[in-house]
Design a protein around this ligand. Structure first.
Ligand SMILES: [Zn+2]
Ligand SMILES: [Zn+2]
Length: 138
């Protein structure tokens, strides 16, 4: 039983970590997983397992916009200490900026202002593409 759970937790984590820029609801995760794996966990199992992943910091949970629905997203890895992040204040989505762009931005700031930015504690806040499309409907 324990190994079975571990396996399903791995599927779950693998799925979320391969879509690091996309937040998912439990329903969406269960649906996506069932399309990929024949032994995918059901919704209630996803819900329970994802709670464990949130607890140990591998996945973050946030509330979608001004709804009461929870979304789950990959919490990031070692890589994340080396690039900047963009956070959408409307839906809470966290985007991982590409290393190249991150580095050139940081070196521009350093060049112009003689100021060293710490990438792992720097997040730029704004509005993501999806929320911009929705426009004033929020
Ligand atoms: Zn990152
Ligand atoms: Zn957004």
């Amino acid at each position: 039983m324990a190994t079975y759970n571990t396996h399903q937790k791995e599927l779950l984590f693998e799925f979320l970590s391969s879509h690091p820029d996309t937040p998912y609801s439990v329903e969406e995760i269960a649906r996506e997983l069932s399309e990929i794996y024949t032994d995918a966990p059901g919704k209630s199992t996803v819900y329970r397992l994802i709670g464990q992943l949130v607890k140990n910091g591998k996945i973050k949970r946030f509330v979608k916009g001004n709804s009461r629905q929870f979304l789950y997203q990959f919490a990031g890895s070692e890589e994340c200490h080396h690039h900047l992040h963009l956070k959408c204040t409307a839906c809470g989505k966290l985007l991982h900026m590409g290393h190249k762009l991150s580095e050139s931005l940081l070196s521009d700031i350093l060049g112009e202002n003689d100021f060293t930015v710490e990438p792992d504690s720097t997040t730029l806040y704004g509005c993501c593409k999806d929320c911009k499309i929705k426009g004033g409907s929020l």
